[in-house]
Every structure is written in structure tokens, then in C-alpha cells.
Ligand binder design. Sequence first.
Ligand code: ADP
Ligand code: MG
Length: 205
Amino acid sequence: MPEFSYVHSRGWIEVVVGSMFSGKTEELIRRLRRAEFARLQIQVFKPIIDKRYNDMAVTSHDLTKIDSLPINDAEEIWNHLKPGTKVVGIDEGQFFSNNLVQVAQDLAERGLRVIIAGLDTDWQGKPFEPMPTLMAIAESVTKQHAVCVVCGSPASRTQRTAGGDSKVLVGTHDAYEARCRQHFKPTVDTPTLDWKLQREAQFEA
Ligand code: ADP
Ligand code: MG
């Protein structure tokens, strides 16, 4: 896995993509923690829309978390950027508008390391901008996989299992499953797993 933390004198862009549950947020947090070990000042941003586990922290499905600042628009990063910051982490990049691309470019031009995690495809399996454009301009792209809940293969798609057909529906296990190409459907499908029952079984064990 490419890891560029040893160069921090010049800016660049790293992108972490994959389906839901593929460990994008965990990987983002891992890289940010390593930057902290290198005594680099970090700042973390996430879209205000993502309130699934925590209002203020970037939180993985495994509930590891790191403090973050929720913002509406990528341009707001400029209002909050501290002079000493060397590494900027951004989660759920797909929920920002396309101006995230220019903001990321400008941050990198200024010498910052920019790490952006986000979904590369939407619930219909289509490219989810601005992530595909960010993948094209980034110095490093890491594509992660979850585990298909139907067959156990590497999962590259996010299956919607509840709600309507709006492009954005913020949810977790209540509305989405990780699936491979073979088991993915670009329509709302019946859930494979009953997460409530699984959770109860976990707590009883
Ligand atoms: P992402 O940000 O890509 O949605 P997270 O980093 O928040 O993913 O969470 C990854 C964690 O999700 C895994 O470590 C695992 O505990 C959990 N998880 C739940 N369902 C799955 C699945 N089907 N495949 C892989 N991991 C899963
Ligand atoms: Mg995530």
C-alpha cells in the first residue's frame, strides 16, 4: 500500500475509495494518526450532512473516531485552516460539490498533504463525483473492498436495501449492504442480513 507520509515538505493529494464498509474511514483515521506520530499538525473535515454516528467526529462503522469539523462547502476549509497545518483529512468526499477538486488542488499547491476518503460509486453503481475526478488528479489512489454479505467475495458496490431512489440517503446498515458485482442490483433490494438480530446476538454472546 502506498504510504507517502515520509514526504511532508511538498503537497499532494491521496484518495481512498471503495464501497460502504470497505474501511475508507478507518484508513483515513490510520493515516491521520500516523501523521500525528510524525508530529505533523492535522485538521479533519467532514460534510455536515453526515451525522450518522457523531456530529463532530469522523467515525467508522467500527466506531473508531477522530475529531473533525463539519462543513457545508469545501471552500469553508479556507476559513478554518490553521497556519501550522500540514495534513488535511476529508471524509465522505462524495457529499461535497465539485469545488472540492479545486480546493484540494490549491491545498496541495500550498504544500499540504490532502487525504480524501469517499465513495467512488453511488447506490446505482455509477461514478459518484467529485471522487472520480479526484482519483484522476491525485498522486495516490487506494481502492478498498468490503466483504460481500451474500457470498463473502470482495465487495466493490454499495447495495441500497431501504428508502427511495434519491441519490443521497445517509444511512448505515439500516439502508445499505456491501455487495460484489455479481450480487449487486442498481435498485432497492431486500436486505440479506437482519442487522438488528445480529446486533442483539452480539450483545447476548
Ligand atoms: P467505510 O468508511 O468504507 O464505510 P468504515 O471504515 O467506516 O468503512 O468501516 C469499516 C468496518 O465496517 C470494518 O472494519 C468492519 O468492522 C465493518 N463492516 C461491516 N460490514 C462489513 C462488510 N460487509 N465488509 C467489511 N467490513 C464490514
Ligand atoms: Mg466512511
